[in-house]
Design a protein around this ligand. Structure first.
Ligand code: PLP
Length: 408
């Protein structure tokens, strides 16, 4: 009897929602008046970028917000603003994406990688051990794929050690820990507005902070010249007076066109998160009891954004996992494997970032060896999600059958 589920999926894993009509109309207005540069404003006008910052500060509950050119730029800017210097050690997750260690390297600082747990969050015991062994005073914490670590436990460790935390919230815009927006626990929270994240302006990013001096430095670093009074979510003038002679201009501004596209998307973010989470739940439900496959449990204290899903296939050889990924791909399901030896497309591993001193993370190696990742664009319907889950489960079952046969 043929029990193998034979259908395949034909949707695109990289097709996002269109820009809302309201955003298109606002962008057209900017194109018509031609004032695209954020500081090019008419008398008394608050440009789209300043308004966007005000709205993002409100959304996250932060005192201050700054819009910039990209998420990677936001992280580099944040580290400069808190005082990271060339040669300083900066702790970060061993499991993240390349722009995170890249931002550290952009300052001439040295990434120190911390182990990941089976929950895909930073390992707090290893964090503590590495703070002690390296004396590092900064942590660039990546909420990779939206898996939130116990933020209270983490902050207790970093506060006790005098370590400043910068949060990489590229995958947690719209998420929170015990009701506090992700990005509000550290000194600075950084976000990305790149097409594959939770709002889409092609490229773009944000920083948020409650710290007057850090934010004044970030604004000047981002390329404000002495026009910082045209911001609406920035610290008082005195903060700028304190730092303006010592802070370089490292241009990386947001422009009014992208801000115009983003403002309606921020308003819709909560509703989008619900849609993502419904899709996530549908895929997870289809995978939960599948033999040989382990779904990643999310901490109940966190509200996450299910814009992607991860699962583990423990106990397989690389060749078996390659066959599983290819089997899914042949049926239209595009998966990423974080255990692959060679970096591929957006996916790479800490041992490929060789500008950083060589490091060994045995626990991370074990987790990544079986870690599969899949995007969940909102263009998928709930039925699409059920189909995708059936295909993955089906391929996982044949993988475990194959493994059984090889072992028996
Ligand atoms: C995308 C991403 C970034 C960087 O954002 P860009 O806007 O592409 O520079 C940083 N961290 C993580 C985890 C990301 O996925």
């Amino acid at each position: 009897m043929e029990t193998r589920f034979t259908s395949s999926f034909t949707g695109s894993f990289t097709q996002q929602d269109p820009i809302p009509e309201e955003g298109i109309a606002a962008a057209m207005a900017v194109l018509h008046h031609g004032r695209l540069h954020r500081y090019n404003v008419a008398d008394g006008e608050l440009g789209e970028t300043a308004l966007l910052e005000q709205e993002f500060a409100q959304l996250t509950g932060a005192k201050y917000a700054l819009a910039v050119a990209s998420g990677g730029y936001a992280m580099g800017c944040a580290m400069r603003a808190v005082g990271v210097k060339p040669g300083d050690k900066v702790l970060s997750n061993g499991f993240t994406l390349a722009p995170v260690p890249g931002a550290i390297a952009s300052l001439g600082a040295e990434p120190v990688f911390v182990e990941v747990t089976d929950s895909l969050t930073i390992d707090l015991a290893d964090l503590k051990a590495k703070i002690d062994s390296t004396g590092a005073k900064y942590l660039l914490l990546s909420h990779m794929r939206g898996h939130l670590v116990d933020m209270h436990a983490l902050m207790a460790i970093t506060d006790a050690a005098g370590v400043q935390v910068i949060e990489d919230c590229a995958h947690t815009m719209g998420a929170s820990w015990r009701g506090t927006a992700s990005g509000r626990h550290g000194v600075v929270g950084c976000y990305s507005c790149q097409t594959y994240k939770h709002v889409n302006s092609g490229e773009g990013g944000f920083l948020i902070s409650d710290d007057d001096d850090v934010m004044a430095r970030a604004v000047i670093l981002s390329g404000s010249y002495m026009l910082y009074e045209r911001h609406a979510a920035a610290p008082p003038k005195e903060a700028f007076e304190r730092v303006k002679y010592d802070t370089p201009n490292i241009s990386g501004r947001m422009d009014n066109l992208r801000a115009a596209i983003l403002r309606p998307q921020l308003k819709a973010l909560d509703a989008q998160v619900e849609k993502w989470n419904a899709r996530y739940a549908r895929v997870e439900e289809g995978l939960r009891n599948c033999p040989g496959l382990k779904v990643i449990e999310r901490a109940p204290e966190g509200r996450f954004v299910g814009s992607s899903i991860q699962f583990l296939l423990p106990g397989n050889t690389p060749a078996q996992i390659e066959r599983f990924v290819q089997g899914c791909a042949a049926r239209g399901v595009e998966l990423k494997w974080f255990g692959a030896a060679e970096p591929k497309a957006f996916t790479s591993r800490y041992d490929s970032w060789r500008y950083a001193p060589a490091q060994r993370l045995p626990q991370t190696d074990r987790v990544l060896a079986g870690l599969i990742d899949m995007r969940l664009p909102l263009t998928f319907s709930l039925d699409d999600c059920a189909t995708i889950a059936r295909i993955i489960a089906d391929e996982a079952v044949s993988l475990s059958g194959e493994r059984g046969a090889e072992q028996g």
